[in-house]
Structure formats: structure tokens, C-alpha cells
Ligand binder design. Structure first.
Ligand SMILES: OB(O)c1ccc2cc[nH]c2c1
Length: 238
């Protein structure tokens, strides 16, 4: 899987991808990330990427030319790639969309805007417009990193423990169960006895009950299409 990121702050992307799961996946050659500075695709000596909005209003708007030049540069190799614009107006990014991107795209271009937005005409050159959530961000770089991180975790072999990709919350349709590790007693805060019991059946049931309890409390919207067994457990909790 190859990601090509268009941004005016390449260091934001380059710094993050060196660490953790992404760093390991890069070292394994499972994923490649190339970052392009939009300022390298400008034609003036000041490497200008924004200008005042037509029609007036506060802030600056990113100009189309650097985006267009960068996209044409990438497309010159005529290889297929999905072009995704990160934008507050985009469709909501979900685990399901991450799975779709991983399954359908060998290469993705993640286009990061900043300022008050980008020239609307850029959208004529992209395939999708995606938002990671309903909150104000300073730019698309964080959204691009969220997409890269969540898609890479789904690539077979990207994680040391394949199970953790399946165990990650949202994959199962509800939130994760609580996790504990040593020490067993921290200032009187003890690890639940069941986790020390060695009874894997009991532990699995406890974890499922806790996951459903957390989901019911914080994200009841996720509680759809439960199995009859999960529904039975949920009813016990209500
Ligand atoms: O909601 B988002 O995912 C998002 C994406 C890109 C930009 C650029 C400026 N604010 C943004 C927000």
C-alpha cells in the first residue's frame, strides 16, 4: 500500500510515521509513504499557496494551482490511485471506510488543506472528500494521519499480533473491554479477580460484559446487529 500526501507541512506527516505500528510497517516494506510539499509546486519566488477569497470574508483560501500541479505530477506515472481530499465537508471516516480503502486501493493520495479551505475547483480532480469528525481542525494533516494509521493496521502482517487488529474496538461493532497489566495492586486499586483466575471462559464472558457495558454507556449508537448471545448479556445489564 502506498500513500502520497500533499501538504504544506510535510514534517507533521514525516515525524509521526517513523513511530509505532506505522514505523514497523514502513521498515517491513508493507507500506510506503511519500510526502510532497505543495510549495514545491508553486510558480512564484515566494512559493505562495493561498490568496484572499473572492466575494470577501475572513481568512485566506488555498489556491488551486499547487494542488493541480502536484496531482498532475503524481498522475504522470499513469498508475491507479485513489485521490482523497481531507475536508470538514467530507463524508464521515469510519472503520468500515478504512476497511474499504485497504481492500480497494493499492495507492492513495491524501490531499491536505489548511486555512479557511481550498479552492472548490480542486474537487474536480479528487475521487473522495473525507472528514474524520465534527470538530474544527487547523488542517488536513491530522486527518491524513488518522486515515493512514487506521488503514495500515488492517493490512495483513502490519501488526505483530494479528489478533489486536481484530480485537480493536469498532471491528466487532462495540467498544473495547478494559485492559490491565502489572502491578496487581496499585495504591489499593486492584486488578479484577476474574483476570487472575486463569479461567479463560470466565475471562472471555467478563470481557464481553464489560465491552457491552462500556458501549451501552458511551456509544449506544454502536449497539446494532448484536448476536442473540450478546443481546442476552446486554439485557442482563439493563
Ligand atoms: O474534519 B476534518 O477531517 C478536516 C479535514 C481537513 C481540514 C482542513 C482544515 N480543517 C479540516 C478539518
Amino acid at each position: 500500500m502506498k500513500f502520497e500526501v500533499l501538504t504544506i507541512f510535510p514534517e507533521i506527516i514525516e515525524c509521526y510515521i517513523k513511530h509505532g505500528v506505522l514505523g514497523k510497517a514502513l521498515n517491513k516494506g508493507i507500506v510506503e509513504v511519500k510526502v510532497y510539499n505543495l510549495r514545491d509546486f508553486t510558480s512564484d519566488k515566494h512559493k505562495k499557496v493561498d490568496d484572499y477569497p473572492y466575494g470577501g470574508g475572513a481568512g485566506m483560501v488555498m489556491q488551486i494551482e499547487p494542488f493541480y500541479n502536484a496531482i498532475m505530477h503524481l498522475k504522470a506515472d499513469e498508475k491507479p490511485r485513489k485521490l482523497v481530499l481531507l475536508s470538514p465537508q467530507g463524508r464521515k471516516f469510519t472503520q468500515k471506510l478504512a476497511q474499504k480503502f485497504m481492500e480497494e486501493s493499492k495507492a492513495m493520495v491524501l490531499i491536505c488543506g489548511r486555512y479557511e479551505g481550498i479552492d472548490e475547483r480542486v474537487k474536480a480532480f479528487v475521487d473522495e472528500e473525507v472528514s474524520i469528525g465534527d470538530y474544527v481542525l487547523s488542517g488536513g494533516e491530522l486527518a491524513a494521519l488518522v486515515i493512514i494509521d487506521s488503514v495500515v493496521r488492517l493490512i495483513p502482517g502490519a501488526l505483530g499480533d494479528e489478533l489486536s487488529a481484530v480485537e480493536d474496538s469498532f471491528m466487532k461493532g462495540f467498544l473495547d473491554y478494559p485492559h490491565y497489566t502489572r502491578p496487581e495492586d496499585f495504591k489499593g486499586m486492584k486488578v479484577p479477580e476474574v483476570l487472575l483466575s486463569g479461567d479463560h471462559k470466565k475471562i472471555a464472558l467478563w470481557r464481553k460484559r464489560q465491552a457491552l457495558k462500556n458501549t451501552l454507556k458511551n456509544r449506544p449508537d454502536l449497539l446494532k446487529n448484536l448476536s442473540p448471545e450478546d443481546m442476552r448479556i446486554l439485557k442482563e445489564l439493563c
